[in-house]
Design a protein around this ligand. Structure first.
Ligand SMILES: C[S@@+](CC[C@H](N)C(=O)[O-])C[C@H]1O[C@@H](n2cnc3c(N)ncnc32)[C@H](O)[C@@H]1O
Length: 355
């Protein structure tokens, strides 16, 4: 369905593997010059909450910041660079699983599908589906990173003429409604790749899946990427690359607080740390204070001891059994699981079974 003609990789200087499946997918649609009008449905997710959430997290005994704060335009671009790193196996593994099994995946989704994607980012993996789906009716990418979402949606609309593309800027950590989409579209299939489900605490992941169950309705489907438990060294390297791109991504949250809220974090006084917490089964990302210091945010003075951390992200890793258990507790049944040869990553098709 890609009508751009070439489908060949273009040269992108900051990506290390121009011939990788990721670079090839990025290249698709890049030669289209016409600006395709795409209407953004903006639910203004961050209004009022950024300061509140930052202050709330930074005044807890274990300081925290929610991972959604990584994703302004700069954070989204840094994330795209992470997906190209040698150490970051999840993206290339998920894409290779999808490319290998896309026939079975689109057979599950069916013809005339409305595809809703949560945390769509650059919508690269979606292209694997769109290239094979029979007459997809519409694509609804949902993301908190407004400019990046709009740019990705425009590129996608240009690459797939005839496909209705309806980007929604929203925060998926709480319930939201999009009457414009609901009024126009039939029941959707939800796509949630990237193992972004791992960023939720297991209890929150269950709440999220219940919200998705309401969106797809009984009998509806969810195609989801789930990263699997594996050797801690492999996991830690994926979140602490030699080039320091993940470190820059992690520190971007402090840069945002400086730029958008006038905080005075000195980025050189914090250091990126990633570790696998075996007990919790999750990668944790932290920013470690180099020194005793004080940071100011909107009139609040926040003390840091040397070595104290801000916990910025969890990325839970599941076994196939653990994830099936989580899914079934939310009314979903796992219908099919596809993995790579090393069983590093899984793509799963779930169907909402409860009445
Ligand atoms: C780990 S990236 C995954 C991107 C892409 N789906 C992939 O598989 O490569 C997470 C994506 O979710 C978005 N995101 C993170 N938290 C969000 C939230 N609370 N609400 C909406 N989007 C969010 C980010 O902007 C980013 O595009």
């Amino acid at each position: 369905m890609d009508k751009t003609g070439s489908g060949t990789a273009i040269s992108l200087p900051h990506f290390s593997h121009d011939k990788s499946p990721i670079a090839t997918l990025r290249g698709k649609g890049q030669k289209v010059t016409a600006v395709v009008p795409v209407e953004l449905i903006d639910l203004h997710p961050e209004m009022g909450s950024l300061l509140e959430e930052a202050l709330d997290g930074l005044t807890k005994p274990q300081k925290t910041l929610p991972p959604k704060l990584f994703y302004d335009e700069r954070g989204s671009r840094l994330f795209d660079r992470i997906t190209e790193l040698d150490e970051y196996y999840p993206t290339r593994t998920e894409i290779s699983i999808m490319e290998r099994h896309v026939g079975e995946m689109v057979a599950r989704i069916g013809a005339g599908a409305v595809l809703v994607e949560y945390g769509s980012g650059s919508s690269l993996k979606t292209r694997v589906l769109l290239d094979h789906l029979e007459s997809p009716a519409a694509y609804v990418p949902i993301d908190i990173s407004r400019e990046h979402l709009l740019a990705s949606a425009r590129r996608l609309a240009a690459a797939y003429p005839g496909l209705r593309v309806m980007p929604v800027c929203a925060d998926y950590t709480s319930a939201f409604e999009v009457p414009e989409v609901e009024a126009l579209l039939a029941r959707p299939t939800v796509f949630f790749p990237g193992s972004t489900i791992g960023n939720f605490e297991p209890v929150e992941a269950a709440d999220f899946l219940r919200r998705v169950a309401r969106v797809v309705g009984p009998g509806g489907g969810l195609l989801i990427g789930v990263d699997l438990k594996k050797n801690a060294k492999v996991l830690e390297a994926a979140y602490d690359d030699a080039e320091g791109v993940t470190a820059a991504f992690n520190k971007n949250v402090l840069r945002r607080l400086n730029d958008e809220l006038g905080a005075d974090f000195d980025l050189d006084h914090f250091e990126h740390r990633a570790l696998f917490n075996e007990v919790q089964g999750r990668i944790e990302m932290h920013l470690v204070s180099h020194a005793d210091q004080r940071v100011h945010l909107n009139g609040t003075s926040i003390p840091f001891r040397k070595g104290e951390t801000i916990h910025t992200e969890n990325s839970y890793k599941y076994t196939l059994d653990q994830f099936a258990h989580l899914a079934s507790a939310t009314g979903f049944a796992v219908e099919e699981v596809w993995t790579d040869d090393q069983v590093f990553f899984s793509v799963q098709y779930l169907v909402h079974r409860s009445p």
